[in-house]
Design a protein around this ligand. Structure first.
Ligand code: PGA
Ligand code: ZN
Length: 419
């Protein structure tokens, strides 16, 4: 049956923080599929534009303009195209928008269409979405990722300032995704019990990504509690630690401010070095701010041989910024967020650029998520070694983990896992 796109219809729905976002429903003669776009809070300033309405409605966060763009200009251009030609669909949208940051039509409008088209493409090829993504990305293999689980939330995701944003566990010493998940989940529950006992039930309230948001100011104390949880859950050396500092949020006029202390780039790198000596830290994301290229190069020179240094706000899944980072040896891993760039094709290109450089690729959610589990198929289809989908709590996060568990089961003995 022909893969001709019969119609696309966009509408305004809500994300996990109760903010409006764009959903696209796409029809072909064979299927009706849909996709919903996520949204960040600690967004990088070089990300593609998330078009919001402004004004009073939803505090300015309405997406009626983006929805209208999808229902008019994008619909007109895409209807009649073949849903199995992802590159052509994305290219038509890019040309129609014609701006560097998708500021005319909105990356949220374009991404909703791009994701939905990808889903329809898989249906028409008669393969699971992860296999379809493997084929269009020409990735070597399908792989289940090591899940980075963000179990203590702070910074913007917990309504705080001048703080490290995410404290993650990396269940690395396991043979399969489901075993790694189980260990991560048991550690999460153990941490909850520890927090409740030590600080009371208030300390187990959750932040935006499903991790606990306890009133503990000191990063060392947080990591010590996580280490206690790992050991009480019985996983000793099998679970490592990672941080997403989201440092652009606490960088101003050349200075980083954590709590009440201020640091120059080199001083902050010393803080990271100390932490990596005191704890089994394997990864630091956004250790330096989005435009502190000098700081990033120094960080990688100092710690790049022993730590994974992940560029999120630095790279914004953007080819030009990734190329600069490769050239300047700014980091050694990519955080891939589809809505930072706005199309499936460009997301795949960003991943492939990094794979060629032997960088690790971490496929990531946003702090504002939905029930859409597209990124689970994306990480598996790209064969990327890590996922970052938050804590194992709240359906906006758990939907992705459940989809990965399903993929693992579907693949059976063929399922590859981790590095
Ligand atoms: P965001 O946070 O989705 O709020 O940008 C996630 C991250 O910084 O990795
Ligand atoms: Zn980040």
């Amino acid at each position: 049956m022909s893969g001709k796109i019969l119609s696309i219809r966009a509408l305004e729905v809500l994300d996990s923080r109760g903010n409006p976002t764009v959903k696209c429903v796409l029809k072909t003669p064979k299927c009706t599929v849909s996709a919903i776009v996520p949204s960040g809070a600690s967004t990088g300033k070089h990300e593609a534009l998330e078009l919001r309405d402004g004004g009073r409605r939803y505090g300015g966060k309405g997406v009626r303009k983006a929805v209208a763009n999808a229902n008019t200009a994008l619909s007109k251009a895409i209807t009649g195209m073949d849903c199995t030609d992802q590159e052509a669909i994305d290219l038509v949208m890019l040309e129609l928008d014609g701006t560097t940051h998708k500021s005319k039509l909105g990356a949220n409008a374009m991404l909703a269409v791009s994701l939905a088209a990808c889903r329809a493409g898989a249906v028409h090829k008669g393969v699971p979405l992860y296999e379809y993504i493997r084929s269009i990305s020409e990735s070597e293999t399908i792989r289940l990722p090591i899940p980075q689980l963000n179990i203590i939330n702070s910074g913007k995701h917990a309504g705080l300032e001048n703080d490290i944003q995410e404290h993650m566990i990396f269940p690395m010493g396991f043979k399969s995704f489901s075993e790694a998940m189980r260990a991560g989940v048991e550690t999460y529950h153990q941490l909850k019990a520890i927090l409740r006992k030590k600080y009371g039930a208030q300390a187990t309230l959750l932040g935006d990504e499903g991790g606990f948001a306890p009133p503990i100011a000191d990063v060392n104390e947080r990591l010590t509690l996580i280490m206690d949880a790992i050991s009480q859950a019985g996983y000793g050396k099998k679970i490592k630690l990672g941080l997403d500092c989201a440092s652009s949020e606490f960088f101003k006029n050349g200075t980083y401010t954590l709590g009440k202390k201020s640091y120059a780039s080199a001083e902050l790198i010393d803080v990271y070095r100390q932490l990596s000596k005191a704890y089994p830290l394997v990864s630091i994301e956004d250790g330096m701010a989005e435009d502190d290229w000098e700081g990033w190069a120094f960080l990688t020179k100092q710690l790049g041989n022993r730590l994974q240094l992940v560029g999120d706000d630095l790279l914004v899944t953007n080819e030009a910024r990734i190329k600069r980072a490769i050239q300047e040896k700014s980091c050694n891993a990519l955080l891939l967020k589809v809505n930072q760039i706005g199309t499936v094709t460009e997301s795949i290109e960003a991943a492939n650029l990094c794979v060629a450089e032997k960088w690790n690729v971490v496929v990531s959610h946003r702090s504002g998520e939905t029930e859409d589990d597209f990124i689970a198929d994306l990480v598996a289809g790209l064969g990327a070694s890590q996922s970052k989908f938050g804590a194992p709590a709240r359906s906006d996060r758990v939907a992705k983990y459940n989809r990965l568990l399903e993929i693992e089961q579907e693949l059976g003995r063929k399922a590859k896992f981790g590095n």
